[in-house]
Design a binder for this molecule. Structure first.
Ligand SMILES: NC(=O)c1ccc[n+]([C@@H]2O[C@H](COP(=O)([O-])OP(=O)(O)OC[C@H]3O[C@@H](n4cnc5c(N)ncnc54)[C@H](O)[C@@H]3O)[C@@H](O)[C@H]2O)c1
Ligand SMILES: N[C@H](C(=O)O)[C@H](O)COP(=O)(O)O
Length: 323
């Protein structure tokens, strides 16, 4: 039996999201059932869409039509131009999708990119991004952001905080919970019975034995030793600059990194078009493409839909579907 349709939140209308929804439907056909939550008037001109009242009807819509759960926005979509008065509806689309997934009416939530500054300024959105917002909606204290593709899986232990705040944010509790949630996610969603995780150091050369900073020797290494004694397959702390070449990648199932760009630069360099953002630790499945709103190309018909297609496929597989 196929999973219930996926709820696809529209994201920022000024971005490439509306175009990606149409392209994903064209790419996937009926292989993955999903419904786009957004304003039908925001879809590219000529889009064949089918407005539905219940997400369960998405699976019955003609393969060449985009199933739409309508959410009226104030004003038209203006590609490339953010409109503050639309921000609250962008947030509402995420909330609707999260509710559908929480209630198992949708098998997962896949989120098209939001513009975080626009939401903060236009809707008083108090979160750094979807990840933190969805954790708050779900009442979960700690979730993990994983970027995954066939080539690499990475997890930043700290996410959308200033670099200056990273050292004081890296504590044993954060790293311990991040490693445990990642371990569980690799087992549950990626079918890896005994996950191997490689942990990056914070400082150059992983601290050079304490000569370059204290976090590697005083926080990361002792925690890894304790967790290895519990049976976790962990290596590190590694020098981050030698953690991502092909031979290194073959030695682990996921790399745990200390901050956002330490994790995201390698995967967006190696596999930008197929990388998927997946949130581990939520009570429902959530994926997202690995990129943002791409305002600079919105409306030009040149956006690459591959990451969105991969995000929908991963969610579908995580929900028990085959694709
Ligand atoms: N999942 C998300 O919601 C998400 C992810 C990343 C960034 N963002 C947000 O998006 C906004 C813009 O962020 P940014 O400029 O750092 O990153 P971005 O990914 O929007 O754009 C970076 C560059 O990559 C290009 N690009 C991105 N996606 C593309 C695609 N599918 N096809 C072709 N080219 C593509 C863009 O044109 C741009 O030149 C910010 O507000 C940021 O917070 C959201
Ligand atoms: N850090 C992610 C990236 O650069 O792709 C992106 O901002 C995702 O954030 P949310 O899924 O939490 O919105």
């Amino acid at each position: 039996m196929s999973p219930a349709p996926i709820a696809l939140s529209c994201g920022e209308p000024a971005g490439i999201g509306p175009e990606l929804a149409v392209a994903a439907r064209e790419a996937l056909g009926s292989s993955v059932a999903f419904a786009w939550i957004g304003d039908p008037d925001h879809l590219p001109e000529g889009t064949n869409c089918s407005v539905i009242d219940d997400i369960g009807d998405a699976a019955d819509v003609a393969p060449d039509a985009l199933p739409v759960l309508p959410l009226a926005f104030p004003g038209p979509r203006v590609p490339g131009t953010l409109q503050p008065m639309q921000a609250a509806k962008v947030v509402e689309a995420i909330s609707i999708g999260a509710s559908l997934a929480s209630e198992a009416r949708a098998s997962a939530l896949c989120t098209l990119p939001i513009h975080k500054k626009a939401l903060a300024e236009g809707a008083g959105f108090a979160f750094p991004g979807h990840t933190e917002y969805l954790a708050s909606l779900a009442g979960v204290d700690h979730v993990v952001m994983m970027l995954a593709s066939e080539m690499l899986r990475v997890v930043p232990a700290t996410i959308h905080i200033p670099i200056a705040d990273v050292p004081r944010s890296l504590d044993t509790t954060l790293l311990d919970r991040t490693i445990r949630i990642t371990h569980e996610g690799l087992r549950r969603h990626f079918g890896i019975d005994a996950p191997r995780m490689a942990v990056a150091g914070l400082n150059p050369h992983a601290g050079e034995g304490g000569k370059i900073g204290r976090e590697d020797t005083e926080i990361i290494a002792p925690l890894l030793e304790r967790l290895r004694n519990e049976g976790f397959k962990l290596s590190g702390p590694h020098s981050a600059d030698t953690l991502f070449h092909a031979a290194a990648r073959a030695r682990y199932d996921a790399a745990i990194c200390m901050y956002h760009d330490q994790a995201l630069i390698p995967i967006k360099t190696l596999d930008f078009d197929r990388g998927v953002n997946v949130t581990l630790g939520l009570p429902f499945i959530r994926t997202s493409p690995d990129h943002g709103t791409a305002l600079d190309i919105a409306g030009q018909g040149v956006a690459n839909p591959s990451s969105t297609v991969e995000a929908l496929k991963l969610a579908w597989r995580m929900a028990g579907g085959t694709v």
